[in-house]
Design a protein around this ligand. Structure first.
Ligand code: FVH
Length: 293
């Protein structure tokens, strides 16, 4: 950074694990920073590094043209901001709190009613990744707000604007988290299987990474087949997978491992066969889930 660099002031509301990472990154990048947190002690080290600690949320909002909110949930966001909504007029609110598209759209309407520009966001990173090359953040809502603050927001991670529907960023955020939890659930069950046979999970883990990395490469083709309703790829057909899946459940029971994570996919595979998708690709399950019939 050069001496004549002037970074815009930013306010961060919420100094949990993620809010602190956002605040630290803004400080490192040279933004004049104001912070507020319910438990004030969490701001002490940020204050020592140059952040101003606002005594109230209203004073925090008034300190900057843009405020980044990262609180536990939307209930907390409203608990903190509703009483001070008068301070929002003419400012931009960037809400990076996890929530649903409906909550995001309601918050956008609420903010507009108080004269604020609103961006909703989904952070696709864990706190140590913020400001680094692996982090990306999804935004949707006010395009003028995104354009005005893209330089600031881009410092947290790659900033992807998904359009003016304020709910779109959270839809993508929750869908990506769904994929992550599916992977975690699969790993937890696999690890329990190996552990219950007396094998160290840490020796098994690199093999999981290798296998999942190989399988990840097939996701774009599954997506294409789904979008184009192309049922022609039967290299690993659904009925074969439903049959093999029974073994996975049996070994779990044999070794005393709970099948509570694995059973639902077995049931869905059976439903796929019953619905006549057995000869086609396993990605037919996307259609079954979507239609929920
Ligand atoms: N940490 C992560 O890995 C993920 C990454 C992706 C995005 N999520 C979402 O980010 C939001 C904040 O998550 P967090 O990790 O910072 O969460 P905590 O460390 O638990 O901090 C929670 C903050 O919320 C404040 N808070 C809670 N209840 C209230 C309340 N009633 N009034 C005012 N503030 C409240 C809490 O304050 P305090 O306990 O320190 O006083 C923290 O600032 C979240 O939506 C994730 O899903 C994180």
């Amino acid at each position: 950074m050069t001496d004549d660099d002037t970074r815009p002031p930013v306010t961060v509301l919420g100094l949990g694990a993620m809010g602190r990472a956002l605040a630290e990154t803004f400080l490192v990048q040279g933004h004049p920073l104001t912070v507020w947190n319910r438990t004030p002690g969490k701001a002490d080290d940020l204050a020592a590094k140059g952040a101003r600690v606002a005594p109230t949320p209203a004073e925090a909002l008034e300190a900057s043209p843009v405020t980044v909110v990262c609180l536990l949930d939307y209930g907390t966001v409203h608990e903190v901001l509703d009483p001070v909504a008068g301070a929002l007029a003419g400012r931009t609110l960037v809400n990076l709190t996890n929530g649903t598209p409906r909550q995001a759209r309601e918050a956008a309407g609420w903010a507009a009613g108080h004269g604020a520009d609103y961006l909703d966001g989904g952070i696709m990173a864990v706190p140590p990744m913020i400001g680094g090359p692996g982090a990306f953040v999804l935004y949707s809502g006010s395009r003028p707000a995104f354009t005005a603050h893209e330089g600031t927001l881009g410092g947290l991670g790659d900033a992807h604007f998904l359009g003016e529907d304020p709910g779109r960023a959270s839809l993508y955020d929750l869908a990506l988290l769904t994929a992550m939890y599916g992977m975690f659930g699969g790993f937890f069950h696999a690890a329990a299987l190996v552990d219950s046979a007396g094998e160290p999970v840490s020796e098994f883990a690199p093999m999981v990474v290798r296998w999942l990395t190989a399988m990840l490469g097939g996701l774009p083709e599954m997506a294409r087949a789904h979008d184009e309703r192309d049922l022609s790829d039967a290299a690993s057909n659904l009925e074969m997978q439903a049959t093999a899946y029974v073994n996975l459940l049996d070994v779990s029971r044999d070794q005393g491992v709970s099948t509570e994570l694995a059973e639902p996919l077995g049931a869905l595979l059976r439903r796929g066969v019953a619905a006549g998708f057995g000869a086609g690709p396993v990605s037919s399950l996307i259609t079954l889930l979507k239609e929920n019939s």
